[in-house]
Design a protein around this ligand. Structure first.
Ligand SMILES: C[S@@+](CC[C@H](N)C(=O)[O-])C[C@H]1O[C@@H](n2cnc3c(N)ncnc32)[C@H](O)[C@@H]1O
Length: 303
């Protein structure tokens, strides 16, 4: 079978879940089911709940994983909402953030530089698309968005260029305009702008923080949480949560002495530094080059 999406850091993810106990692995970003299939094959003791907000991904993965019978089930939802609703014991949580290759490559989804639409919604039923942002936000809002979510130093200039030339009806027209007006570096001149628009359309950073908040509330006993981030904003969020979860003293930083009694950590960080792709993987799958995998193990509750 030709895989529509090559799963990143697959062996590293498999090794991290070796310590996961019995129960369900919640895959927040099921996508085309590559990580799911490998984990279900490797660990006979686990069941698997796959979440995705893209119906095309859910349909494909459901066919791919049918051989696992009742060990696999799928939920079409945003992971922030799904994770707080799951009531079965959780052995692990995986989030392989961002977009899948079919989302990027399919010209009607509007994610890629050649796309003929300006859409970028992971969930095709979501009410708000890239066109609403590009054609509707004022220049200041666009500039803020490009600066905050794209970390694009030329945010102001690009916002002014867009406002002067809109409306846009395709990602290609937008990418071509930016490329024609800005010098090309190592990456396409519109890369960071597209990243910013995609994050805004899909509310990606809030989704991530809300899912981590839900896990912090649930404190799933013994669960392993593994997150693969593809840009620094996401990675920073994951790192900050994991660091906070691992603190044994939760007194405010300005407290003169510890009053919380210590031993308040929720568990331990399993990756002191993020795991990144090997040279071989980076060569064979360019998407893996920006991937950073961090993991955390919740401590087991004592009853
Ligand atoms: C990188 S792909 C996952 C690939 C998958 N791990 C595999 O091996 O095939 C990311 C997937 O997550 C989904 N996704 C991203 N953010 C989401 C969110 N907040 N809620 C639900 N699904 C999300 C996307 O629709 C996409 O299908």
């Amino acid at each position: 079978m030709i895989e529509p999406h090559k799963s990143v850091l697959l062996n590293e993810v498999l090794s991290l879940f070796e310590g996961a106990g019995e129960g369900a692995i919640v895959d927040c970003t099921l996508g085309y089911g590559g990580h799911a299939e490998a984990l279900l094959d490797r660990y006979a003791r686990i069941t698997y709940i796959g979440v995705d907000r893209d119906q095309a991904a859910i349909d494909y993965a459901t066919r791919r994983l049918a051989r696992f019978g009742s060990r696999f089930s799928a939920i079409k939802a945003s992971f922030a909402e799904a994770i707080s609703a799951i009531k079965t014991p959780i052995a692990g949580v995986l989030a392989d953030l961002g977009v899948s290759s079919p989302q990027l490559d399919n010209a009607d989804r509007g994610f890629g530089f050649e796309a003929q639409t300006l859409d970028m919604r992971m969930d095709k039923n979501a009410p708000f698309s890239a066109a609403d942002i590009v054609n509707g936000y004022d220049e200041r809002e666009l500039s803020r968005l490009f600066f905050e979510y794209g970390e694009e130093p030329r945010a102001k200039r690009i916002a002014a260029l867009i406002v002067k030339n809109r409306p846009f009806h395709s990602a290609k027209a937008l990418a071509d305009l930016i490329a024609a007006n800005l010098p090309r570096g190592r990456i396409h001149a519109a890369t960071l702008i597209f990243q910013a628009i995609r994050i805004e359309v899909n509310d990606e950073l809030r989704q991530l923080s809300a899912a981590l908040d839900a896990l912090e509330n649930a404190k799933p006993s013994g669960a392993i949480v593994a997150v693969i981030a593809f840009h620094s904003l996401e990675d920073r969020i994951v790192k900050t949560y994991f660091k906070r979860w691992a603190r044994s003293c939760i007194c405010p930083p300005n407290a003169l002495r510890c009053e919380c009694g210590g031993a308040r950590e929720l568990g331990e960080i399993l990756t002191k530094k993020p795991i990144t792709a090997s040279e071989d993987e980076a060569r064979s799958n360019p998407r893996s080059r920006s991937a950073k995998l961090r993991a955390f193990a919740f401590k087991r509750a004592i009853f």
